[in-house]
Design a protein around this ligand. Structure first.
Ligand code: C2E
Ligand code: CA
Ligand code: CA
Length: 739
């Protein structure tokens, strides 16, 4: 191999400097070459630039392609590419025309005819008059597989959660996406079947069937029947393939019932299913389980809770539906809340049984009085709701007079001791839609506050809701004023909750959580005032206070471990405020000790408000070295495609997903999906709300980066947090602090 001697004497275009000739004599250039060439796991080929004949190949190449090194020397690099495709190497190299490297992706063929995707880095080198192509080749099967896996999971996630998809098309769409996800080009029949395979829930063929529908998938795919039987007896996914077909399936358990989710192909699949395929099918099974149990739950709910057991009248949920039907159809309507007066006294003097019987009688009287378009429901206890069409005050007044007249006669009830009568009265509170609200809750709240006003005037009274009244009874004003003063009076405080790395169980960061030391109501959690502040607009001031205090306190942390980051929460409104980021940059500049220790958390939904603006703000924050975390990840809707375009460092997986992972395979599948999606985005992950050792142990077996939760530490005042950093111990020995 004369070219090799030349190459090893003069490695590349530049002459080897003198000093390297003084290397220890026993490590010759040849040995060095063989060592490197043989040891590296990268595939390396040398070929002639003119003829493309392969001059030498290393052991990694022999392993990857199945040729011996001697056989390689009979081949040209064109023999490695897929027949019929253009020689990219030759084009690239002659285009580049010289020693500069070129990089491209293509598909190569092994000796046995199978193919694999590769990434090729090629460059040329002059070796004493001969131009040689050096190609470093990497098998990218794994990388492509991981990307494909995350992509198909993302799609299934979208289909499983998008509220715009109705339940039946959802199952079908998920099934198709599942089949598309595992079919490597072949045609697949996918089906979800019940118990013995005879009861098919959904069926999908992908791609579109070629006139085989009537034969049924079972007839066309002989494997299907036996697969279902095997799947129903399995405890996780199973798959196999032979010369004529391939199949994979997973059992899906919903309550006490078992379904089989199966994918059968009528085409031979050369390769067995990968571990990713099995994981994918299992996760898909988890999605189906959660969808099916929700659909089942909903059916049960409609039966059980649609009606009130005692009076057989529709209940609150039923009234809610009726009101929303009117609102959706743009019909004005009137909601009357009717509450019996002094019903406690009936209970006490006549006993519960009689009181219940009175309620039944009242309900029956109401139902007997209904006209078309009217709807009555028992809301709770002795409170009823009446829906009247239209919002004309006079017409409403007439109808209410009729209903009120029902109470002029005593209600008689019979029981074992004989017949008793009860004279009762009722108060009426009235609100209308759209004037007094455009949701059931709003209209009901207002009708109820009118009812309170009626009650205040005495038994048997009627009151109509009016805005003035609302303003008087509402405590919002007070809260608004108190919130405004809270910053000035220094009533806010930040608690810190550590985040702990899963690999080391050591503190890697913290989240700053707001508390309000309210002068009369004690320590308030943010849920009690943040939503209000968000409506009122004072949230911007609060968020700035939080940011400022976090930066200042983080700067004071003397014992923060390397890489420590403290995150604080920002609301959507603040993200919309163009002046916030420059303001924050300024604050941070005044506290250099906090410089590389900061991060912000925003929720998915906040990020969605104004895409361009948020993207700009987040990029700017990152430029400042402030990390960005997406909060409550997985609870927003179908925003994944957008999220891909945001610069995000960390994804925080919402507590609602972590809750079920000990007992529930579905919950685990969901978390794994979220982790795979995060990996696709290149993000670190924090699991929120870890409350038990079992949850922690399970998470340690996943790719999740860090955890946060009561099991590790509760949010604590700054002083306690700072002290806990000073005497850092492994998480399981650290004393727990309470809120
Ligand atoms: P979040 O951002 O999801 O914060 C995590 C919440 O989960 C905190 O509640 C924390 O105390 C709680 N938590 C942590 N570990 C566990 C656990 O193991 N089990 C359970 N059950 N809960 C756990 P917190 O402090 O009440 O905050 C509630 C929400 O209020 C936060 O949810 C966040 O959305 C908001 N918030 C808190 N501080 C701020 C702030 O400074 N600014 C803004 N805009 N929002 C804030
Ligand atoms: Ca948060
Ligand atoms: Ca959260």
């Amino acid at each position: 191999m004369p070219w090799l001697r030349k190459l090893t004497r003069r490695a590349g275009p530049t002459p080897v400097p003198r000093s390297s000739a003084e290397a220890p004599p026993h490590i010759t250039a040849r040995v060095r070459y063989e060592l490197f060439f043989g040891i590296t796991s990268e595939i390396i080929l040398f070929s002639d630039q003119r003829t493309l004949k392969i001059l030498d190949a290393n052991d990694a190449a022999a392993r990857a392609y199945g040729y011996t090194r001697a056989e390689f020397q009979e081949l040209s690099i064109n023999d490695l590419r897929l027949p019929g495709t253009e020689s990219i190497v030759a084009r690239h190299v002659s285009d580049a025309g010289g020693v500069h490297g070129t990089m491209f992706e293509t598909v190569h063929v092994r000796k046995d005819g199978t193919t694999f995707p590769v990434e090729v880095v090629a460059r040329t080198a002059w070796v004493e008059g001969q131009r040689i192509i050096i190609s470093a080749i990497r098998d990218v099967t794994q990388r492509l597989r991981a990307a494909h896996h995350a992509e198909r999971l993302t799609e299934v996630w979208r289909l499983a959660t998008d509220p715009a998809i109705d339940e039946e098309s959802r199952l079908f769409a998920m099934l198709r996406a599942g089949a598309a996800g595992i079919s490597a080009g072949g045609r697949y029949v996918a089906r979800l079947s019940h118990v013995d395979g005879s009861d098919v829930v959904v069926d999908a063929v992908t791609p579109e069937p070629r006139g085989v529908e009537d034969a049924g998938p079972g007839a066309r795919f002989p494997l299907a029947g036996s697969l279902e039987a095997r799947v129903l007896g399995a405890h996780r996914s199973i798959g196999w393939s032979d010369e004529s077909s391939s199949a994979i399936g997973v059992p899906v358990d919903v309550a006490e019932e078992r379904y089989a989710l199966t994918f059968c192909s009528d085409e031979p699949s050369g390769e067995l299913f990968t571990a990713e395929d099995e994981a994918f099918v299992e996760i898909l099974g988890g999605f189906f389980a959660s969808r099916l149990s929700q659909a089942r739950l909903r059916r049960q709910l409609v039966h059980q809770i649609g009606h009130d057991r005692l009076t057989s009248l529709p209940n609150r949920a039923g009234l809610r539906q009726a009101v929303h039907r009117a609102i959706d159809e743009d019909h004005a309507c009137t909601l009357v809340v009717i509450d019996l007066d002094a019903f406690d006294a009936v209970n006490e003097t006549l006993g519960h049984l009689v009181a219940d019987a009175v309620l039944v009688e009242v309900g029956a009287a109401f139902a007997g009085e209904l006209r078309p378009g009217e709807f009555v429901a028992r809301l709770e206890g002795d409170t009823f709701g009446l829906l009247l069409p239209g919002n004309d005050r006079a017409a409403t007044g007439e109808r209410i007079a009729v209903w009120r007249a029902l109470f002029e006669q005593p209600f008689g009830v019979g029981d074992r001791e004989g017949r008793k009568t009860a004279r009762i009265t009722a108060c009426f509170g009235v609100a209308t839609s759209p004037d007094d609200g455009t949701t059931f809750e709003k209209v009901l709240t207002n009708a109820t506050s009118a009812l309170r006003a009626a009650k205040a005037r005495g038994p048997g009274r009627i009151a109509y809701f009016d805005r003035e009244l609302e303003r008087l009874v509402s405590h919002r004003r007070v809260l608004r004023a108190e919130l405004r003063d809270a910053i000035e009076r220094d009533e806010f405080e930040l608690f810190y909750q550590p985040t702990v790395a899963l690999a080391t169980l050591r503190i890697t960061g913290a989240e700053a959580l707001l508390r309000w030391n309210h002068p009369t109501r004690g320590l308030l959690a943010p849920d009690e005032f943040i939503p209000f502040a968000q409506q009122e607009g004072s949230i911007r001031d609060i968020d700035r206070w939080v940011a400022q205090r976090t930066v200042a306190q983080v700067a004071e942390l003397r014992d923060a471990p390397a890489g420590f980051r403290c995150y604080f929460n920002l609301s959507a409104r603040t993200m919309d405020d163009g002046e916030f980021v420059p303001w924050l940059a300024d604050v941070r500049e005044r506290h250099p000790a906090a410089e590389d220790k900061l991060g912000i958390e925003i929720t998915e939904n906040a990020a969605m408000l104004d895409f361009e603006r948020t993207q700009g703000a987040l990029s700017e924050l990152r430029r400042l070295g402030i990390r960005v975390a997406i909060d409550d990840f997985g609870t927003g809707y179908s925003s994944l495609a957008y999220l891909k375009r945001f610069p995000i460092d960390v994804m925080k997986i919402d507590r609602s997903f972590i809750e079920g992972i000990e007992r529930d395979a579905t919950a685990r599948a969901l978390v794994e999906t979220l982790l795979a999606i995060a990996a696709q985005f290149g993000c670190a992950t924090v699991a929120e709300g870890v409350e038990t050792a079992e949850q922690l142990e399970w998470l340690q077996r996943t790719t999740c980066t860090a955890v946060q939760g009561y099991h590790l530490a509760r949010p604590m005042p700054f002083v306690a947090f700072s002290a806990s950093l000073s005497n850092m111990m492994p998480a399981d020995q650290r004393p727990r602090s309470d809120r």
